[in-house]
Design a binder for this molecule. Structure first.
Ligand code: ARG
Ligand code: GLU
Length: 733
């Protein structure tokens, strides 16, 4: 039916009203990752948003703050303490690498899951650590005292490095803790963190991939989401409750600071906080630096990884052994690959470059009127530096993502250690011992290496390297390519059957029988030649120039940050993420870029069940879970016949926030953060309140899986959970 002009006008007016109205409605989002020790400055705002707790409860220095219940899990995730006996909750994908280390074909925890039946059954995870932040302090004055903006970059850097080391020592000694100082606000401030790292960590509970990685890479970075992305570990301590090396008789870490759990649910608009360790953001960079991300590094990495992942997937679905070898690697490679795609799209859809450029214009106007003449030329300098570096950055991105995307070539780095053994001029016997030691240390690599898979990766990536690169290729690559008549298959066959790097057996026997004369064999190894040519070129021609560029840029970025803060004195600036403890707050809030979708802030097990597809690994709901679903056997965790699964809110999070506690207005645990929605992955550069959402597993789903699926009620018993009985009036749809 044709609309009459009148109706069109009315619709237009309504739309206009709606759009101006939406400006008046406070956006359900709050940009910022705040330093816990500065929360006092945010308290008023947080209370206005719904916080019902004094901020001293969230962070304080006398040992009673919840900062003592948030941990850096491993080297890049967050975890939370949820019992007085050191029980840690984090993501499934954060425990993945450690679980791979203790899994095997007959103990396939990815397929079957693992839930300890008691403490004796908890499994030690060698190498895994958990770090507590006891206190943070602003030490800017101590570090920058006597250092002004006019010092040459290198002098400034070395002075700062010296002072950092001595102030760290001073703090560590006084507090009997580890002290680490990092720059904030791009080097305009410095803070020390006093930390404790525990190193006897044991696996307690890990759902099978059919729950913990449900939806796999298809649902990764996507809302709506149905992944029970959690796992549980326990921190063990020595007799004095302090960090200790692994020992059977170590005791669970005992503490009064752990998160109480709240199971009464949440509704749209409810206040939430995420407490954790976001890794890297660059919210204040210029349009010129942003362009390097959106049009150089992201696109090259995406294209190269698409090829690598295609090959890996093919081989992984053909063999369970290859699947087990590559599953952890694949998850990591695919994760960034997808995020970058969302990032490029989000930067584009939001016109972030244009917004940055507009800001730069007003900045320039402001700078022109400033006494500090350095500010006047700042953007011009940044532009010049960035544009000169574009080519270098392009080249190195190809080297890193394409050439070094081949595991065989990357493995050349270990090979170099063999070459070095020959340089020691040892008698044969000792040479053999030293070589064998190096070869043994490569066992971890070969455990997860499949030659046939990597050979196909080589073919695919080399075709890309040669077709797109143009400007320059390391000589050894050119030569080998030409020798094989520009035939990538012939080249690959020859390479992988000749090099001793492709076979741990060959390497072992080489090491055991080597004599001084054999150094020649290494020198002529074709895989080593590729690595060596690439490595030498990077070291001589690229990396020093890149390093200089980044040093100069760091200096300019620091000034730019300082200038932006001087220009906008009423704006509350938060420092870029730097893998230190931060708190961010927002509200439970749906996301539906295509139109209104009530309740879209939450998913349920019922929705996961409708996705069940036994022909696809990643969408196969485990039998036992299906049974629980069919019987609606949710224990005290279900609500009105439904089992809440995941939810989204508008907290400003980043990589590293995986596993972070998601808290309600009273600081009680309601979920575990594990992802962001695709539409908002550009938030590391630009936060859009309408599109940026963090995704969390509902704590009730976690507890349901632990108790009903894992049969580990003994774990529930050590937690503190309100309400004590099943709530009938929870919120779900
Ligand atoms: N995207 C999430 C993060 O950045 C989850 C990654 C793990 N999941 C996966 N399917 N690879 O860590
Ligand atoms: N999954 C991410 C991590 O490992 C968190 C998601 C994000 O980047 O926001 O930290």
């Amino acid at each position: 039916m044709q609309k009459t002009p009148k109706i069109t006008i009315i619709i237009k007016i309504i739309l206009l009203l709606l759009s101006s109205f939406s400006v008046l409605i406070p956006a359900f989002a709050k940009e910022g990752m705040w330093i816990p020790a500065t929360l006092k400055d945010r308290e008023k705002d947080m209370k206005g948003w719904g916080l019902k707790l004094p901020v001293e409860k969230l962070y304080n220095e006398n040992g009673t703050g919840l900062n003592n219940a948030v941990v850096l899990f491993g080297r890049g995730c967050t975890g939370e303490i949820i019992s007085p006996e050191g029980l840690v909750l984090t993501n499934h994908h954060c425990g993945y690498g450690s679980v791979q280390g203790i899994s095997s074909a007959d103990k396939d925890y990815f397929a079957n899951g693992f839930f300890a039946g008691n403490r004796n059954e908890e499994i030690p995870c060698p190498g895994l650590t958990v770090t507590f932040v006891r206190r943070m302090e602003n030490v800017t004055d101590k570090i920058l005292n006597g250092i002004n903006d006019n010092l040459p970059d290198e002098v400034r850097d070395s002075l700062i490095a010296m002072k950092t080391a001595s102030v760290e020592k001073e703090y560590a000694k006084a507090a009997h803790l580890n002290a680490s100082i990092k720059p904030y606000y791009d080097g305009n401030q410095f803070w020390v963190a006093l930390t404790e790292t525990y190193r006897d960590i044991r696996l307690v509970g890990f759902p099978p991939n059919g729950i913990g990685a449900f939806g796999g890479d298809v649902e990764n970075w996507v809302w709506p989401r149905h992944t029970g992305d959690f796992s549980m570990f326990r921190v063990y301590a020595g007799a004095d409750n302090k960090p200790a090396d692994y020992a059977r008789e170590n005791k669970p870490y005992h503490t009064d600071q752990f998160f109480k759990i709240n199971c009464s649910g949440y509704k749209e608009g409810d206040f939430t906080m995420v407490y954790g360790f976001p890794g890297t953001t660059q919210e204040y960079i210029s349009s010129y630096e942003l362009k390097q991300v959106s049009s150089i590094t992201d696109p090259i990495a995406i294209a190269a990884r698409t090829r690598r992942l295609d090959v890996w997937s093919r081989h992984m679905s053909a063999s369970r052994a290859v699947f087990l070898q590559y599953t952890s690697k694949r998850a990591g490679v695919a994760n960034s690959w997808k995020k970058w795609q969302g990032e490029v799209r989000g930067l584009d859809v939001n016109n972030v470059t244009a917004k940055k450029k507009a800001f730069e214009q007003s900045f320039q106007k402001w700078a022109n009127g400033q006494k500090n003449t350095a500010y006047k030329t700042l953007l011009k300098q940044i532009r010049k530096e960035a544009e000169t570096a574009d080519k270098l950055i392009t080249e190195d991105q190809y080297n890193k993502e394409v050439a070094l995307g081949v595991e065989l070539i990357q493995q050349g780095a270990s090979f170099e250690r063999l070459v070095q053994c020959f340089r020691l001029h040892l008698p044969d016997r000792e040479l053999q011992d030293t070589l064998s030691k190096v070869v043994n240390s490569m066992a971890g690599f070969y455990k997860n290496y499949d030659v046939a898979t990597d050979k196909d990766v080589f073919k695919s990536l080399m075709a890309f390297y040669f077709s797109k690169f143009g400007a320059w290729l390391p000589a050894a690559f050119e030569t080998q390519y030409l020798v094989h008549n520009r035939d990538f298959s012939a080249w690959a066959n020859d390479l992988y059957s000749t090099t001793i790097l492709a076979s741990p057996e060959l390497l072992k026997s080489f090491a055991a029988n080597a004599t001084t004369a054999d150094s020649v064999r290494l020198k002529y190894d074709p895989a080593w030649q590729l690595f060596d040519a690439l490595n030498t070129f990077r070291k001589q021609q690229i990396l020093p120039r890149l390093k200089d560029y980044y040093t100069r840029m760091r200096y300019l970025d620091r000034l730019y940050m300082k200038a932006q803060m001087a220009m906008q004195q009423n704006k509350a600036f938060y420092p870029n993420a730097n893998l230190t403890l931060r708190l961010t707050y927002g509200k439970v809030s749906g996301l539906d870029p295509d139109g209104p979708a009530p309740y879209s802030f939450q998913t349920t097990l019922g929705e996961a069940a409708t996705l069940d597809d036994t022909t696809r690994d990643i969408f196969t709901v485990p039998k036992k879970l299906k049974e629980l679903y069919r019987n609606q056997d949710y224990g005290r965790w279900g609500v009105n016949g439904q089992m809440p699964l995941a939810f989204i809110a508008s907290n400003h999070t980043s990589g590293g926030n995986s596993g972070s506690p998601v808290l309600n207005a009273n600081g009680e645990l309601i979920g575990t953060n594990f992802d962001r929605a695709y539409e908002g992955t550009m938030s590391d550069y630009y936060f859009d309140p309408n599109r940026c959402r963090n995704i969390s597993v509902d704590i009730r789903y976690t507890l349901f899986i632990v108790e009903k699926f894992g049969g580990a009620k003994w774990l529930i018993d050590e937690m503190s959970i309100t309400p004590e009985t099943r709530s009938l009036k929870g919120t779900t749809h």
